[in-house]
Design a protein around this ligand. Structure first.
Ligand code: SF4
Length: 442
């Protein structure tokens, strides 16, 4: 766990000799806590204290990277239990298991579908991240399936095999894509460690309980493997959540380095609804990777949406540029709607305006990313702010009318806004879903 400035100060020589460039040891400690200076700047710190300080500055959950190029996946490096405390940093990777017992044609068809699982939501592209090839046949078929997959999808890969020789056969040609290899157990840790070091790839450590897991990661560390992802095996949702929560708590609150790694969860159920509910549960708490079988768009879009929401910084709502947007082939007679620059609000309004098929203008006011009612309550969506936004874009020169449609929830500002702008204020629907019929009847 990271030490505070005062914790660090207690470990320093407290001579205020200034050799580090700071006037006092306390000033140096404060900078060290902010990671603004290196511990090496003080020549008087004892070796054991130095090691303690260096260890405290490591992230409690190690950052693990695999895959390549645009599909490189970074997981871990999380610092909090609850996103309102700060934010979650590295979104959980979402991937799919394909068994090598499938025919080449089946593998290609599945990969084709997986490659299409990309969506645009609130102005961001959201997509799946990885493919796991699981060995069911011999090592030659496993390597063939991995080759076929890597030729047909550039996503990140997990190689799933109990056989080190099968993993080696696949790594011989695909190590350059930096796959994650699954899995090291107490039985094969030595062989898997050798592979991980030879091919410079991260490893999944697999043990059913946390004591065994801690012992296994220590063994892997002793053998020179530090890029590790944890897997506590197939369990009930209740037990899995317990594992995921305990691992995160022990890493963050108890500085248990042997469990300070992201966790992989495999969803193992034939029911597509259960599969998605389970996956959603693990995304919320605290999986680094989830592997599924279902690849239907309706399943994946819901998970990607959930992940996008959870990994958005709660203190920085998704925002769009506050400006005038032209929707369709507008003219000087087109209606003008006003809304906030909170992405979700804007894109919801946009979708409904597009659905109305009536070319319109949408003026997005800078409300620092707040939605309509929140912004109004925080005095960020007031008559003054709206009038300012209208003046900035010279909207009066663009339109042959002087009518402004405001969201129904802020009908209360109509009078004030009319006084400030001199425009006719039309109160629109409260819910965006009412916009199409509203515009058609305007
Ligand atoms: Fe303190 Fe070390 Fe800096 Fe001297 S060099 S002031 S002992 S922190």
């Amino acid at each position: 766990m990271a030490l505070s400035g005062l914790d660090i100060y207690k470990l320093l020589p407290k001579t205020n000799c200034r050799e580090c460039g700071f006037v006092t040891c306390l000033a140096f400690a404060m900078q060290l806590a902010k990671k603004a200076v290196s511990v090496e700047k003080c020549p008087h710190i004892k070796e054991d204290v130095k090691m303690q300080l260096e260890a405290s500055s490591l992230p409690p959950v190690k950052l693990i990277t695999f895959g390549e190029g645009d599909n490189k996946l970074e997981i871990g490096n999380e610092t909090v239990l609850f996103r309102h405390e700060e934010k979650f940093h590295h979104p959980c990777g979402i991937g799919f298991i394909i068994e090598d017992s499938a025919t080449d044609a089946e593998i290609k068809t599945k990969l084709g579908k997986i490659n299409q699982l990309k969506f645009e939501r609130v102005g961001q592209q959201i997509k799946v991240n990885l493919v796991a090839i699981k060995q069911k046949k011999d090592k030659i078929r496993f390597a063939e399936a991995v080759r076929l997959a890597t030729e047909n999808s550039s996503l990140a890969y997990v190689l799933m095999s109990e056989d080190p020789e099968a993993l080696r056969a696949a790594l011989e040609f695909c190590a350059v894509k930096k796959p994650l290899i699954y899995r090291a157990t107490a039985k094969n840790a030595a062989e898997i460690s050798k592979l991980a070091q030879e091919f410079k790839v991260p490893v999944v450590a697999s043990a059913v309980n946390l004591e065994e897991m801690a012992a296994l990661t220590k063994e892997l560390n002793n053998q020179g493997v530090s890029d590790i992802v944890l897997d506590t095996g197939s369990k009930s949702v209740k037990d899995k959540i317990w594992d995921l929560t305990q691992i995160r708590r022990l890493a963050l609150k108890k500085s248990k380095r042997s469990l300070g790694f992201p966790v992989l969860s495999i969803i193992d159920t034939a029911d597509p609804y259960e599969e998605i509910m389970e996956a959603a549960t693990y995304i919320a708490k605290y999986a680094g990777i989830i592997l599924l079988s279902g690849i239907e768009s309706w399943q994946i879009l819901s998970l990607l949406t959930l992940r996008q929401n959870i990994y958005t910084d709660p203190q920085k709502p998704l925002q769009i540029e506050p400006k005038l947007y032209q929707i369709g082939a507008t003219s000087d007679k087109s209606p003008l709607l006003i809304t906030t620059n909170f992405s979700l609000t804007y894109y919801t309004v946009l979708g409904e305006v597009e659905a109305s098929k009536i070319p319109s203008y949408i003026l997005s006011v800078d409300t620092e990313g707040m939605s309509v009612l929140t912004a109004w309550a925080a005095e960020k969506f007031t008559a003054d702010k709206i009038a300012d936004s209208m003046n900035k874009v010279d909207i009066g020169d663009m339109l042959a009318h002087k009518s402004l449609i405001i969201p129904g929830y802020v009908a209360v500002i109509s009078g004030d806004l009319e006084d400030k702008t001199g425009w006719q204020i039309i109160v629109g629907p409260k819910e965006a879903a009412g916009i199409p019929s509203f515009l058609k009847n305007l």
